[in-house]
Design a protein around this ligand. Structure first.
Ligand SMILES: [Zn+2]
Length: 140
């Protein structure tokens, strides 16, 4: 028997998820596990990348599939009502993401996107970073 009622339980679970298992927290945890030095939410760079590996000039965006319109993903399905509104809004998000990535690259950054529906394990995150860097990333 759950000693909390359903409403209270769902509130607790929501809080647990919000604090411990958001995609960003998972990536932060993995980067620490991999011993990679990172900065979060770097306002000084276009698009305020969620993570930056400063030594290797890697910017990592952790994107929600809906808001950032993950191509071919079920979670990116567009709402059937208020279509004009949503199309405008979501198209603008896509254009903005592309512009940020382009500007970052022109500034010498390598850009990686992690989609929430495909959260990597620490191993696969490291493999992707190695591919992006073209070698091993600098440690701490
Ligand atoms: Zn997705």
């Amino acid at each position: 028997m759950d000693r909390f009622g359903p409403a209270q339980r769902s509130q607790i679970m929501r809080r647990v998820r919000a604090q411990n298992t958001t995609p960003e927290r998972a990536i932060a945890h993995q980067l620490r596990e991999l011993g990679l030095a990172y900065r979060m939410h770097v306002r000084a760079l276009p698009g305020k990348p969620d993570f930056v590996l400063p030594e290797d000039h890697v910017a990592i965006f952790v994107h929600g599939c809906f808001w950032h319109q993950h191509t071919g993903c079920d979670r990116a399905a567009r709402p059937q009502s208020n279509k004009a509104f949503w199309n405008r809004k979501l198209d603008r998000n896509i254009a903005r993401d592309r512009a940020h990535a382009r500007t970052l690259r022109s500034l010498g950054w390598r850009v990686m996107t992690v989609w929430e529906c495909r959260m990597p394990t620490a191993d696969s995150l490291l493999r992707r970073i190695c591919r992006t860097v073209g070698g091993n990333p600098s440690r701490g």
